[in-house]
Design a protein around this ligand. Structure first.
Ligand code: SF4
Ligand code: SF4
Length: 373
């Protein structure tokens, strides 16, 4: 890491209160094998996962810390037979529970039980707009029809439904059909997220990177649909980083709004933080969650502004984007404290754009995520 440039004016102070949301990656197991999966290449096996009792206690600790929303994710959270007990624990501690699922592993009976236990919201992933595309991308035959069933059960139970579509070179052109499908499925919200190159996605850059033109058209189509579908469907949009001039405010600033507990109990500031090799992550098996949130070295590594090098340090956008994504800076520059190369002021911006262009022109084979045994 470069030595910080001497300060010439007072740095703004950052205040952080309790986290608003927690992402509980309750398992890495998943019947699907999406090539853009952000799970790490080294997946936690079933026997390394936290027990039901520990998860239930983590949810209690999270609520006491001030967390309001619990996102249950994975892998596929329905792969855990104790998912129902986890939902009960959320309800017991007044946590708003959001099940982030591919739908595989859910039955109508299970959905009814989850609703009875207090499930508040379902977020269903959408790999494509028809069985051919969805099953190809998810690497799971029959996945699409099961997903459609789960959507029907969800809306019949009057649970709010969000669809989460990761868009990439192979499906981004079919965005208008995705939007129509979301409306037909009764979704209240659609998240259109351009693929982020973490974990397995990074192995598939050449197969998944959209072109600059595709990314631009996608943004225009989202804007048009937002206007047209006001009051019908809310559309959230994560634009293509690599074709942008400024980075996104990743996680609203490191260690400021949310935390992520992974299947073996380590606690991270974001789902890709494991890609920063020098960080040491504390485990809920060893240390209380509140203590980790406030005092762990990983959470404090990039909090605030003091760690920033130039050009971020003296940039007036730093209170808006917090210097971008630390994991992306690590992946692209080898230094997690560097300015995110997505930023036009980064000395590596031109190199990043050239790399994105080369990836977008490439047509690599898809490498599917493999499951832990
Ligand atoms: S991205 Fe695909 S493979 Fe990864 S956890 Fe989600 S559904 Fe499973
Ligand atoms: S220089 Fe840093 S703070 Fe300024 S816009 Fe770029 S990434 Fe954001």
């Amino acid at each position: 890491m470069d030595a910080p440039t001497p300060q010439t004016e007072p740095m703004p102070t950052i205040t952080y209160g309790p986290p608003i949301a927690m992402l509980a990656e309750v398992t890495h197991r998943c019947p699907l094998s999406c090539p853009y999966c952000s799970n790490p290449l080294e997946l936690t096996k079933r026997d390394g996962e936290l027990s039901t009792e520990i998860w239930v206690d983590v949810f209690r600790q999270a609520a006491e810390l001030g967390v309001l929303q619990m996102h249950l994710s994975g892998g596929e959270p329905a792969s855990r037979r104790d998912l129902e007990d986890m939902i009960t624990a959320c309800r017991d501690h007044d946590l708003y529970s959001n099940l982030i699922t591919s739908g595989i592993g859910l039955t109508e009976k299970r959905m009814v039980e989850l609703k009875k236990r207090g499930l508040d919201h379902v977020q269903l992933s959408l790999q494509g707009v028809d069985a051919e595309m969805a099953d190809l991308i998810g690497g799971y035959k029959g996945g699409y029809s099961r997903k459609m069933q789960v959507a029907e059960w969800t809306t019949a139970l009057d649970l709010p439904l969000t669809l989460n579509a990761v868009v990439h070179e192979k499906n981004i052109d079919r965005l208008p059909e995705m939007i129509d499908l979301a409306v037909a499925m009764g979704a209240r919200r659609l998240e259109v997220a351009t693929v982020q190159f973490h974990g397995w996605a990074d192995k598939n850059r050449a197969a998944l990177m959209p072109t600059r033109e595709q990314a631009k058209l996608c943004g225009q189509r989202v804007a048009e649909a937002r206007e047209r579908l006001k009051g019908v469907l809310v559309i959230d949009y994560v634009p293509a980083d690599h074709h942008a001039d400024y980075p996104k405010p990743c996680m609203g600033g490191w260690g400021s709004t949310g935390l992520n507990v992974v299947p073996d109990g380590r606690v991270m500031p974001c789902h890709a933080a494991h890609t920063i090799p020098h960080l040491v992550f504390d485990n809920v098996k060893d240390r209380p969650l509140a203590d980790i949130w406030e005092h762990s070295s990983a959470f404090n590594a990039y909090r605030g502004f003091d760690w920033m090098p130039e050009p971020c340090r003296s940039c007036d956008r730093k209170t808006r984007d917090f210097g971008g994504c630390r994991c992306q800076a690590m992946a692209l520059t080898g230094d997690a404290a560097a300015t995110d190369p997505v930023c036009i002021k980064s000395p590596m911006h031109a190199q990043l754009q050239a790399m994105a262009q080369a990836d977008a022109e490439g047509d690599g084979e898809l490498t599917y995520r493999t499951m832990p045994t």
